[in-house]
Write a protein that binds this ligand. Sequence first.
Ligand code: ADP
Length: 261
Amino acid sequence: EDPILSTEKEVREWAIQKSSEIDQLKAQEKFRREFLSNISHEFKTPLFAIQGYIETLKDGMMEDDIDMATNFLNKASKNIDRLTYLINDLDEISKLETGQISIHIEKFDIVELILETVDHLIDKAKKQNIEIIVDLKITHPVFVKADRQRIQQVIINLIDNSIKYGKEGGKTKINIYPLLDQILIEVTDNGQGIEEKNLPRVFERFFRTDKSRSREIGGSGLGLSIVKHIIEAHQQTVHARSTEGIGTTFGFTLEKAKSAL
Ligand code: ADP
């Protein structure tokens, strides 16, 4: 199906176009390969751990040391939870990427949703001795047009990260800024921060900084990718800024509802 080319200029343009198509295919192929290798790596780690615990239990620990055996069973169970989260996240991402998820837009009060979500996470934050502060200086209710359930997922992921990567005794602040046609929501922590070179990559699937890898606290590395997909499905934007050792801010916009009704 290659065209018939008559002039040298046409040949040159055709060659340029062809080579950029090949580059694109190569990039897609590289992306696919990396994605598969990331997935298998993410699955192997908990599977090997579960295998290890079961082997040890089979080797007689059940009878020898019942406390240790119980401990191993709990650890195996945690790893199974991890696999379950991973599968759910992957499922969510693939649905978002293939447009299989429809966004159910409704009008709701974003302040109320934030307060409700903070309530769910307050115990988790307390365990890390982190205080969650919602800025209520604005006049509320603040009505937005969005998918309430998915936006709750976004807020959970951002607050959850601020707890995971926050410092013991730290603070998470949530600010709500009314703009012209949008509402800007920002979640700020005073935790470890993110190196400048890594900042643009945190929304990539499976990306985790070395620090979170070595601390073994990170989840699947899919949370922020899901956040980005959800916000972009709303035709809105997400951003991140950070200073190492000082803290990190993640923000996203939502469409402001013109009236409360
Ligand atoms: P994870 O499941 O690893 O938390 P995310 O997609 O939510 O995956 O985040 C990707 C990576 O971005 C994290 O592993 C961590 O390195 C970094 N990160 C995310 N949020 C923060 C934060 N508030 N402070 C510091 N680093 C963060």
